[in-house]
Design a protein around this ligand. Structure first.
Ligand code: ACO
Length: 332
């Protein structure tokens, strides 16, 4: 196995989820659904839901503090904060700016990137570009969502799927001690012809918020089966492409962390890419689909619990509204 020398190293991770657990049984009391249907179709048993006063930036900040602690760095060491989210605190300013203020990361530039569920793979790809080009020494990337705020809680076809949470990672330039670790390669793609299949199109400049609320256009809208098919196709393409480009096969991957949208999407992706099922990290049963937060929550949790061990080859792969998709190959 030959790998090109990585330059961007993972220094720390952390995640934060709200305390409140919403189970499938709780949902049975809210809409016409049942635990068996949800588990069979999605693999989800429960998800976390934020209390009304909690903000996306607060959840992101909690995750970021843990990642900074794990990395042994202070907020002032961060040069750039990148937040992937579709549920930011406000239309503007960027949620990353609120995170910067809360952390006291006074030396950072802060911005958001909107790539829906692929947000964390996208922001981490940007972190790699900034660090490997020498433009930044330390980059904090975060995926954070309060999807419960844009879910229609009367729509059983979507409300059973989503949850709230945030995950963060701190990246830095490799030195002599960790030169054999870090990001090996990244892959990103989009297809803007498929915007209508998964979106929340009200409340922007096309359909202003007042009109959107009057017509129920401020919620997540999804054509589930079409999204399912596209997700499997795109995620398997992202896995196969990055492995082939780096002279690797599914056997070389130690842990695959796919976007935690639906267990059936993950299983179908794995079947197409010949990665053994036991290598797939799954926590969708406990957190549901947290969009941009799902991969960094899983990455942080896997490192915390020892499901990822130093020296292993990790593959992140994601897919989201836009459509956007991508993968990131990482030696930890
Ligand atoms: N409880 C009970 N029955 C339900 C529910 C529910 N929560 N939701 C839908 N149904 C019913 C439908 O009304 C339909 O009934 P009918 O046959 O009488 O008309 C039946 O179940 C089947 O509905 P489908 O939509 O065909 O169900 P499907 O097997 O496609 O599963 C699902 C739906 C889980 C949404 C699936 O399409 C899916 O996983 N799609 C992928 C989308 C996804 O994961 N999106 C997350 C966001 S995307 C992202 O993160 C990138």
């Amino acid at each position: 196995m030959s790998l090109k020398t990585p330059k961007t190293v993972l220094l720390g991770t952390g995640y934060s989820v709200p305390e409140k657990v919403l189970t499938n049984q709780d949902l049975e009391k809210m809409v016409d659904t049942n635990d068996q249907w949800i588990q069979e179709r999605t693999g989800i048993k429960e998800r976390r839901i934020a209390s009304p006063e909690l903000t996306t930036s607060e959840l992101c900040t909690r995750a970021a503090r843990k990642a900074l602690h794990d990395a042994g760095l202070k907020p002032k060491d961060i040069d750039v904060i990148l937040v992937g989210t579709v549920t930011g605190d406000a239309l503007f300013p960027a949620t990353a700016c609120y995170v910067q203020e809360k952390l006291g990361a006074v030396n950072a530039a802060a911005m958001d990137l909107q790539a829906a569920c692929a947000g964390f793979v996208y922001v981490s790809t940007m972190a790699d570009a900034l660090i490997s080009s020498g433009k930044a020494k330390h980059v904090l990337t975060i995926g954070g969502e309060l999807l419960s705020r844009i879910v229609d809680w009367t729509d059983r076809s979507t409300c059973v799927l989503f949850g709230d949470g945030a995950g963060a990672a701190v990246w830095g330039a490799a030195n002599d001690k960790n030169a054999n670790k870090g990001i090996i390669d990244t892959y990103m793609k989009s297809d803007g012809r498929l915007t209508e299949l998964l979106c929340s199109y009200g409340g922007g400049t096309k359909i202003p918020m007042k009109e959107a609320v009057e017509n129920n256009q401020h919620f997540i809208k999804m054509q589930g089966q079409e999204v399912f098919k596209s997700a499997v196709k795109a995620m398997s393409e992202a896995v196969k492409s990055i492995l082939a480009k780096n002279g690797l096969t599914g056997e070389d991957v130690d842990v695959l962390i796919p976007h935690q949208a639906n267990i059936r999407i993950m299983n179908a992706t794995v079947r197409k890419t010949k990665i053994a099922e036991e290598k797939v990290y799954v926590n969708v049963d406990r957190f549901g689909n947290t969009s941009a937060a799902s991969i960094p929550i899983a990455l942080a949790e896997a490192r915390e619990t020892g499901a990822i061990k130093p020296g292993q080859l990790i593959l992140l792969v994601s897919f989201g509204g836009g459509f956007t998709w991508g993968s990131l190959l990482l030696q930890v």
